[in-house]
Design a protein around this ligand. Sequence first.
Ligand code: GLN
Length: 483
Amino acid sequence: MSAKGRKTCKNQTSILIMEITSLRIKEIQEGFAKKEFCAKDVAESFLKRIEKNKEIGAYLSVFSDKAIEDAKKVDGLMAEKKPLGILSGIPCGIKDNIMVSGQKCTAGSKILENYIAPYNAGVIDKLEKEKSIILGKLNLDEFAIGSSGEYSGFFPIKNPKAKGCVPGGSSAGPAAAVAGDLCVFSLGSDTGGSIRQPAAFCGVVGLKTTYGRVSRHGLIAMASSLDQIGPLTKNVEDAEIVFDAIKGKDNMDATSCPDVKIKTPKKFKIGIVKEAMGEGIDKEIKEGFNKVIEKLSKENIEIEEISLPYMEYGLACYYIIMTAEVSSNLARYDGVKYGERSEADSLIETYFKTRKDFLGKEVKRRIMLGTYCLSAGYYDAYYLRALKVRTVIVNDFKNAFKKVDLLMMPTTPTLPFKFGERTSNPLSMYMADLLTVPANIAGLPAISIPCDNINSLPFGVQFIAPAFHEKNLFAFGKVFEKL
Ligand code: GLN
């Protein structure tokens, strides 16, 4: 248990809360095995800490009673030496665009403020099977659209590791909850960087999985050809454990795939992406990243500079494909089928008024951009062109992986920025996704791992692997985080 916790806490109960809530998955499992604490103690510690840290804004709803009940069931199984799951008694938080049956699922939007999920997402079935304890639902930018946590329809989320700075987005709640010890791990969704970018801003690990590796059934869709669910954790080992629990084929998601076995190299060859050190990347990030490269060289890790010539078109391509898909996915919120409704004189006016009253400004901007890109006359010029660019970006990666095992670049072009700094300029907000969108466009797995802080602010490095090679991200990631 951490000495840090002991020093800062005054009484016995708070020592326990602080020490338990800072533990990793294996450490909690060891605690269970040694009978230092039981699953109920763990759940209670987290619930108390959540209650005390409400000002972070990480949770939208907390399932206190259910969590304690589930933890007691796990304790019962442990006492009877019955089979346990790989996450038995491990508390987690779930981004509020992933459905947990019978609980509110708002996607961070006023339009779904009172929507109750009618079924479990595929990943929730898997977590329940592994007996993880779900503590509650985590705050996010509305419909997973945003890069700062400032676009939640309810309240903004704070960064526990960088005072006055945004936590990143859209999985702002999931990142802040892990960074603030408000859960052991969380599940987020990543369409253009929404797991990795907030993970980097909050100093935690974030994994975007290969497209199809994890079921999207029960994930409220943002852009279906890009969306993936993945874990945010305190270290790479935890990301691997959670990934193993949630991956795999789900008959309810036609794009999900069965498990694939891959070979992990004994020595990794790392490609440094040349374009990720060019225009749009802040000086501090370049300096920090150069230090990381130096460290790798000192450790005799083989590195090679790699060019992804079409990467510079990634952001433009993403903002066309994503907005097109957002505009069609969000068409269902019309005041009739789901969620809130503003009554008006005619059906068409009801549609307009409902969407005007209940959707946020940035969501409306994306819908309008997407509708424009898909409209007759512009479809070929924008949407079809973007699909072609997507193919050349996919080929860029294929060529790169002929030479190296993994690609490495900073996760974000800047350090965490201040609240309000980018909300008046959407394009500057979009720039936050510069280095994360290529992996989504190509459907590749990518992980953000925290490095030494720069100017006392968290800084993350991203590794990208060929499709289905998550195991290589974990194998190298575990070495990397110890350097
Ligand atoms: N920040 C990006 C956007 O606003 C990514 C969103 C996401 O990955 N869900 O589009």
